[in-house]
Write a protein that binds this ligand. Structure first.
Ligand code: NAD
Length: 444
């Protein structure tokens, strides 16, 4: 095998497309593989099918270098690749909290029959612990090369919105391997990353699988912890914003992920903690992570409480009231609306009879497709026109920069719910607004 292995990346969604593009920019020959032919066509034409800052420029560069191509053909992928990265989705099952592994299984089943030489398959998707061992056996028994096909696990920690930097220079690499050869291949495949002094943790398959869900569980817990404090603040008149700031000075606690508000969403945290709790139960250690259900419950209550605040501001009834919803994506700098708290709140208010108009800088097309019943605007001010209440649901920087007086000039009533603690209450109060935020006393 060459010092620079040829790479395939199977599944070209948020994770896979980013990985494929960045690896090609770092000098590898890369073949992206997806069953979604429209995605393959777009990527081949130089179009990133989702919003990710910096990625379109890098796709252009990678295509121009001739090192990056895309296909839907697994035979071609097997012939091309020395190392195959599995980056397909692992969503929550429709009727259970467990992860749906059908895409991972399908990718391996499609690839395996074409693997005729010594090859490393590397899982990057987030999976329940034990999946890697099962897939290793599936590969060994169905690939023509048999024992020559090995499996490793390399969980991915990238954050949407920062995906390029996180891929080029991650906080750490985790290699779950069962042989020295597999470790060598991974070190070769991540050579340019490791050369930047990125720490590498080498471990077994099951620990590598667990690192990812343990990390996401910790992050979800930190967010729900401060939101639990917000609930207590609401019952006492205390201010959770000040509380969080005071806690953050303690270096053991730290301020990151300690921002109170509407809580977490997206295609990872909610489904990952549910799948982890479910898997732990299967393993007979459900009690050990039973608290994750509480974390999920606190998180869901923040959405309900945000709706309550809007209802309170409308004197108990939102029917017929005009609500401007600022934000649709599950977080800023992304167009991802999977399990987005913002759209959950907007859709709930709509069901309660409010006339909801949404604006988001990147996620409008995705939102419109999933929630055609909501109204959509072309700017924040446009959404706020004649509104009875404005509710900030995703903390895009451009929303922080809104002039309270400019917005006051277009609304019917100057009432705002800051679902993300993104605004300075005094500025809004000074412009005549009734300002509300979760876990904070009203300011007006
Ligand atoms: P995604 O839905 O954006 O992309 C998944 C891709 O896999 C799609 O393009 C789909 O067409 C493709 N696919 C499905 N079945 C296939 C098959 N049999 N063969 C080839 N391609 C197939 O999902 P994502 O957000 O990129 O997440 C992928 C995995 O990475 C998940 O396990 C997720 O938990 C994990 N992850 C995601 C992120 C993130 O920020 N998005 C971060 C870390 C880890």
């Amino acid at each position: 095998m060459t010092a620079r292995p040829r790479l395939t990346v199977i599944g070209t969604g948020y994770l896979g497309a980013t990985h494929a593009i960045c690896m090609a920019v770092m000098g590898f020959e890369v073949l992206g593989v997806d069953v979604d032919t429209s995605k393959i066509e777009k990527l081949t034409a130089g179009e990133v099918p989702f919003f990710e800052p910096g990625l379109p420029e890098l796709l252009a560069k990678a295509l121009e270098s001739g090192r990056l191509r895309f296909t839907s053909d697994f035979r071609e992928a097997a012939a091309f690749g020395d190392v195959h990265f599995l980056c397909v989705g692992t969503p929550q099952q429709a009727d259970s909290e467990a992860a749906d592994l059908r895409y991972v299984d399908a990718a391996v089943t499609s690839l395996a029959p074409h693997l005729t030489r010594r090859t490393l398959v590397v899982g990057k998707s987030t999976v329940p612990v034990g999946t890697a061992a099962r897939l290793a056996e599936l590969l060994r028994t169905t690939a023509p090369a048999g024992d020559q096909v090995e499996l490793a696990w390399n969980p991915e920690f990238l954050r949407e919105g920062f995906a390029v930097d996180d891929t080029m220079k991650p906080d750490r690499l985790v290699f779950g391997v069962t042989s020295a050869w597999a470790q060598e291949q991974l070190r070769a495949a991540f050579g340019p990353v490791i050369a930047q002094d990125v720490p590498v943790k080498v471990t077994d398959l099951q620990t590598a699988e667990l690192v990812k869900v343990a990390a996401n569980s910790f992050l979800a817990t930190k967010i729900s912890y401060i939101n639990a404090m917000a609930e207590v603040c609401e019952a006492t008149g205390a201010d959770v914003h000040d509380l969080a700031e005071a806690l953050a000075y303690d270096e053991r606690i730290g301020g990151k992920f300690l921002r109170p508000g509407l809580g977490f969403g997206g295609g990872c945290l909610p489904k990952d903690i549910r799948a982890f709790a479910h898997r732990a139960e299967e393993l007979g250690v459900g009690q050990a992570v039973g608290f994750l259900r509480e974390i999920d419950g606190i998180n869901r209550r923040r959405r309900a409480r945000t709706v309550d605040l809007v209802v309170e501001l409308c004197a108990g009834d939102v029917a017929g009231k005009r609500v401007a919803a600022l934000g649709a994506a599950f977080k800023p700098n992304s167009d991802d609306i999977r399990d987005a708290p913002a759209l959950d709140v907007a859709a709930t208010l709509h069901r309660m009879g409010a006339v909801v108009t949404v604006f988001d800088p990147a996620a409008l097309d995705n939102a419109r497709r999933v929630h055609p019943e909501l109204g959509y605007a072309t700017s924040a001010l446009d959404a706020a026109r004649d509104a009875d209440v404005v509710v900030l649901l995703t903390e895009w920087n451009e929303f922080r920069e809104i002039s309270p007086s400019a917005m006051a000039a277009v609304v019917r009533r100057t009432r705002i719910v800051d679902g993300r603690h993104a605004l300075v209450p005094a500025h809004w109060a000074a412009a005549g607004w009734d300002y509300r935020a979760l876990g904070r006393p009203a300011v007006h």
